[in-house]
Write a protein that binds this ligand. Structure first.
Ligand code: HEC
Ligand code: HEC
Length: 182
C-alpha cells in the first residue's frame, strides 16, 4: 500500500509542477498587454488577484458575459485548464503598486467617498481584495474609471452597495485614491 501512495503523491506533485510551468508559458501572451507600460490600451494589472477571481473574469470574456472584443479574441482558444493554469501563475506574482502618479487633491476627495460608501467592507481595508472580490489597490486609474462607469451604465454587474454608482459623483477621485493605495 505504502509504495503505491508514494507513487501517487509523486505523480500529483509532478502534475502540479507541470501546471505552474504551463501557466507561466501561456501567461506571457497575456502579460504583453497586462503591464503598467501599456496603460493606454486599457488592460488592467492582474498580479496578485486571486486565482478564483482571475478564472471567473477570464471565463466571463470567453462566454461573452463581460464583453470586450480584445479580450474575447485573446482567450477564445483557451481551455478551462489553460485558464486555470494561467490564473494560478498570475495570482502567485507579487502585486505591482506605486508606479503611477496621482493627484493628491483628488486622492483626498476619493478617500472621503470610499470611506463613506464602505467600499473596504468587501474589497478589504487595504483594498488588496479577497478570494471572490478583486484587488483595487494600485490599479490603473483609467481602468478603474472605465469599470465604475460601466457599473453606473449597467454594462457590468456589481453587487448593490446601497447607493447607485452614478450617484457617487466623483468617479475620477475614487479612482485616484485606489491607484494611490499600496
Ligand atoms: C491585446 C491585449 C490583451 C491581451 C493579449 C490580453 N488581455 Fe486581458 N484585458 C485586456 C483589456 C483591454 C482588458 C479590459 C477590458 C474591459 O474593459 O473589460 C482586459 C481585461 C482582463 C481581465 C479582467 C481583470 C479584472 O480586474 O477584472 C482579465 C482577468 C484578463 N484580461 C485576463 C487575460 C488573460 C488570462 C490573458 C491571456 C490569455 C489576457 N487577458 C490577454 C487586454 C488584453
Ligand atoms: C458588497 C461587496 C462590495 C462592496 C461594498 C463594493 N464592492 Fe466593488 N466589487 C465587488 C465584487 C464582488 C466585484 C466583482 C464584480 C464582478 O466582476 O462580478 C467588485 C468589483 C469592483 C471593481 C472592478 C475591479 C476590477 O478589477 O475589474 C471596482 C472598480 C469596484 N468594485 C469598486 C468599488 C467601489 C469604489 C466601492 C465603493 C463605492 C465598491 N466597489 C464596493 C464587491 C463589492
Amino acid at each position: 500500500m505504502r509504495p503505491l501512495l508514494i507513487i501517487l503523491g509523486l505523480l500529483i506533485s509532478i502534475d502540479a509542477f507541470a501546471d505552474a510551468k504551463a501557466g507561466e508559458k501561456k501567461a506571457q501572451l497575456c502579460l504583453l498587454c497586462h503591464k503598467p507600460e501599456n496603460v493606454k490600451y486599457g488592460a488592467p494589472l492582474l498580479e496578485a488577484q486571486s486565482t478564483k477571481y482571475l478564472v471567473r473574469a477570464t471565463t466571463e470574456y470567453k462566454i461573452g458575459k463581460r464583453s470586450d472584443p480584445i479580450m474575447k479574441s485573446s482567450v477564445a482558444n483557451l481551455s478551462s485548464r489553460d485558464i486555470r493554469n494561467i490564473a494560478d501563475y498570475i495570482a502567485s506574482r507579487p502585486a505591482v503598486t506605486g508606479v503611477f502618479s496621482t493627484d493628491p487633491a483628488k486622492v483626498a476627495v476619493g478617500e472621503k467617498w470610499v470611506v463613506e460608501m464602505k467600499c473596504g467592507s468587501c474589497h478589504g481595508p487595504t483594498f488588496a481584495g479577497t478570494e471572490a472580490v478583486p484587488r483595487l489597490a494600485g490599479q490603473i486609474t483609467g481602468y478603474l474609471i472605465s469599470q465604475l462607469e460601466a457599473f453606473a451604465a449597467d454594462r457590468r454587474a456589481h453587487p448593490p452597495i446601497g447607493t447607485r454608482f452614478d450617484r457617487i459623483g466623483d468617479v475620477e477621485a475614487i479612482a485616484h485614491y485606489l491607484t494611490a493605495m499600496k
